[in-house]
Design a protein around this ligand. Structure first.
Ligand code: SF4
Length: 296
């Protein structure tokens, strides 16, 4: 780290308020990328794959809000069109700055993901009891937050957690990691609803394939241990101001590469950008409050 940045160097890293399945996975993938995102809170420019993921999630949420018999493929594609109309004015889409051809491919790829979803399951047979469910609970002294794409009851009345994935199926080694994230959702459910889900499933729409796991007493204990260990490691990293880069294939998708020392960047610059973004956000919030007060 640069020795010249005295002001920043004097500031310890603050421990984030919460953990989420994605933050746990981010920290274990690369501590430095976690720092940029969860601690420096660097704004992330939108990327086509994440915006497409948001669009498809929104279409599937709309589909499952329909009465069961109406959840056909045509209804799924109509839900996608509705979600796309809404997305078109969103900065996550407009800032992609897609030309006509790129926009056509973007929408066609999203439609293909919706078609493939129907190859995995028949939505008319799903009894969702919650869509995009926000969960927030304290476990092992850690404030945990997460959003479950779909919570449902199976034919035996057991809870099932479903998470849609619009990326590729991970390798066997990464599959365990992704599943450990899903076990965190299971733990969140168990803590809040008092019942362990019978199944947790990841629906990879691209392939299309479902990866299913059945949480047990043992996996729940393991998840608790993992969470406590990750939280301790995060605290230690904040305390020592030590977040190391861990180059991997994920660097190809990393939004913070320009600040990463493994690619010639300076993490202190990221800290400045993060502080400036935070100040800008606070000023905009204050201005909005002042405007609202004046209008009242
Ligand atoms: S570029 Fe790679 S090593 Fe650097 S912060 Fe991003 S993920 Fe980590």
């Amino acid at each position: 780290m640069s020795q010249g940045a005295l002001t920043l160097g004097d500031m310890a890293f603050s421990v984030p308020y919460t953990l989420s399945p994605s933050k746990v996975s981010s920290f274990t993938d690369c501590a430095l990328a976690f720092r940029f995102s969860a601690i420096d809170r660097l704004p992330q420019p939108p990327a086509p794959w994440s915006t497409k993921g948001t669009l498809v999630h929104s279409a599937l949420e709309r589909l499952h809000l329909l009465p069961a018999p109406e959840r056909t493929l045509d209804a799924g594609l109509a839900a996608l069109d509705e979600a796309a109309d809404e997305l078109h004015s969103d900065p996550d889409y407009t800032e992609l700055d897609l030309d006509d051809e790129a926009a056509r491919s973007f929408h066609e790829e999203a439609a293909e993901l919706v078609r493939r979803y129907f190859q995995i399951e028949d939505p008319r047979r799903i009894e969702a009891i919650g869509l995009e469910v926000s969960l927030d609970v304290e476990v092992e002294g850690v404030r945990l937050r997460g959003i479950i794409d779909r919570l449902e009851l199976d034919a035996d009345g057991e809870l099932v957690v479903t998470d849609y994935k619009t990326g590729s199926v991970p390798s066997v080694q990464h599959e365990r990691k992704r599943l450990s994230g899903v076990h965190i959702y299971s733990l969140l459910c168990e803590e809040l609803l008092g019942r362990r889900p019978a199944r947790v499933q990841l629906l990879y729409l691209k392939q299309p394939v479902a990866i299913v796991t059945e949480p047990t007493e043992q996996s729940t204990r393991g998840t608790r241990r993992t969470l406590a260990a990750v939280w301790k490691a995060v605290e230690r990293s904040c305390d020592r101001e030590d977040f190391r880069p861990r180059p991997s294939k994920l660097c190809d998708y990393c939004a913070y590469k320009q600040y990463c020392p493994s690619f010639g960047g300076d993490p202190d610059e990221a800290r400045e950008v993060g502080l400036a973004a935070k100040a800008e956000k606070a000023a905009a919030k204050e201005a909005a409050v002042t405007a609202a007060t004046a209008a009242a």
